[in-house]
Unconditional design. Structure first.
Ligand code: FES
Length: 136
């Protein structure tokens, strides 16, 4: 049971308001859960694959369009990007901003500018029901 408890975490997402982001720990890593606004979803979906360094469609990075769930570790050198807290810098693409060397991610967690080579990675997860996400 201890091993199982460590390998996955269930998160009640009901209290997370539209536009709010929360961070949970999973296997020692920060997981960013972003309850995206309609505007953020539209921005993510309007981007052309040709404009992306690590091409991926928004719809292939989410299970439900309102919920973006990514591992909060910059793919450059492993810093934790800013953007989770209200008022924190999010960079020019509205996602996350990594202060160490200026990587900027969009509202799908895709790398748009700066040295990071890849998009923010996706954890394994599933929706157990409408208000519970199981990560791992
Ligand atoms: Fe994020 Fe360097 S670790 S830009």
């Amino acid at each position: 049971a201890d091993t199982l408890a460590l390998s996955s975490v269930e998160v009640d997402i009901a209290p997370i308001a539209v536009g709010q982001r929360v961070t949970v720990k999973w296997r020692g890593k920060p997981i960013f859960i972003d309850h995206r606004t309609a505007k953020e979803i539209a921005e993510a979906r309007a981007v052309k694959l040709a404009d992306l360094r690590d091409p991926a469609l928004d719809k292939d990075r989410v299970k439900k369009q309102e919920w973006l769930i990514v591992i909060g570790i910059c793919t450059h050198l492993g810093c934790i990007p800013k953007g989770q807290k209200p008022g924190a810098p999010r960079g020019a693409y509205g996602g996350w901003y990594c202060a160490c060397h200026g990587s900027q991610y969009d509202t799908a967690g895709r790398i748009r500018k700066g040295p990071a080579p890849e998009n923010l990675w996706l954890p394994e997860y599933k929706f157990v029901n409408d208000h519970t996400v199981k990560i791992g």
